[in-house]
Design a protein around this ligand. Structure first.
Ligand code: CP
Ligand code: NVA
Length: 308
């Protein structure tokens, strides 16, 4: 049966390990798998800007023997005249998988419900699950494990990154702490889902407002922009509200001495993170960016093996 990857909890803990193991294998031997040789095409659709996602999917699909078809919705019918489900019905006749960066999670769900080929969320307002596969691979490389580690996300708790950390971290058996101003807390249903997952994996979930309490003893410290795509009109308010959540060298002193720092990029140095941290010795952001390639290739191989 065709599987989709719309949220981090669309895969089980065991499946998450399978995909991360495959990503590590593909990182060690980049051209070892060519499931798309033929060639086959994967549609990669963008409603929002991108550098890493666009390049890593394009290169990854080519590595797997296929052809990436990069589509901007600014010059396609999707988002204007045509629904996600009608678009899906057309694309499935021609492509092997659909990757889509969009706004509403409901659009991705409609796309997936309307097609027999795998649909992958390349970032929505609610989740960024491909980024989390890369982040988990990076953390595992640097820490040797995921289960039992404490990861703290500081900043916009209602963002796609914070919410994906809750689901993916809980799936990995991590202790996930999110510290955010009360008005930017993660969605209650996402927290409930993460708690349910954590109860089965030995992980835990904590939503806090105090950044120092959240970061104390953490093995991994993460942040992201305070102004996600689509929120530009709120920038002045957000910069004011999030000011106390900047990851500084002082913040890092509360974390474990061997803690690593992650940021999905692009970064606003001097806002969510001080330059000394993101460009300092604890930062693993370049490995994290590279791992988008390996993690997404593994995801595509895994999904294509299961496509009906
Ligand atoms: N991290 C990430 O998704 O980057 P892009 O917006 O450049 O794709
Ligand atoms: N939270 C950010 C992530 C960018 C990769 C955004 O949605 O803009």
């Amino acid at each position: 049966m065709t599987r989709h990857f719309l949220r981090d909890d669309d895969i089980t803990p065991a499946e998450q390990i399978q995909i991360l193991d495959l990503a590590a294998e593909l990182k060690a031997d980049r051209w070892s798998r060519t499931p798309l040789a033929g060639p086959q095409t994967v549609a990669v659709i963008f409603d929002k800007s991108s550098t890493r996602t666009r390049v890593s999917f394009a290169v990854g699909i080519a590595d797997l023997g296929g052809s990436p078809l990069i589509i901007s919705t600014a010059n396609s019918q999707l988002g204007g005249k045509e629904t996600p489900s009608d678009t899906a019905r057309v694309l499935e006749r021609m492509v092997s998988a659909i990757v889509w960066r969009t706004y509403a999670q409901s659009g991705l769900e409609e796309m997936a419900a309307g097609t027999r080929v795998p649909v992958v969320n390349a970032l929505s307002d609610d989740f960024h699950p491909c980024q989390l596969l890369a982040d988990l691979l990076t953390i595992r490389e640097h820490k040797g494990t995921l289960s039992g580690l404490t990861v703290t996300f500081l900043g916009d708790g209602a963002s796609n990154m914070a919410q994906s950390y809750l689901l993916a971290g809980a799936t990995a058996g991590m202790h996930v702490r999110v510290a955010a101003p009360a008005e930017f807390a993660p969605a209650a249903d996402v927290v409930t889902d993460a708690e349910r997952i954590a109860s089965g994996t030995g992980g835990s979930v904590a939503v806090l407002t105090d950044p120092v309490q959240a970061v104390t003893g953490a093995d991994v410290v993460v942040t992201d922009t305070w102004v996600s795509m689509g929120k530009e009109d709120e920038k002045a308010h957000r910069v004011g509200v999030f000011g106390g959540y900047q990851v500084t060298t002082e913040t890092m002193t509360h974390a474990a001495s061997d803690a690593v720092f992650l940021h999905c990029l692009p970064a606003d140095r001097g806002y969510e993170v001080a330059p000394e941290v993101i460009d300092g010795p604890q930062s693993v952001i370049w490995d994290e960016a590279e791992n988008r390639l390996h993690a997404q290739k593994a995801l595509l191989v895994w999904l294509l093996e299961r496509a009906g």
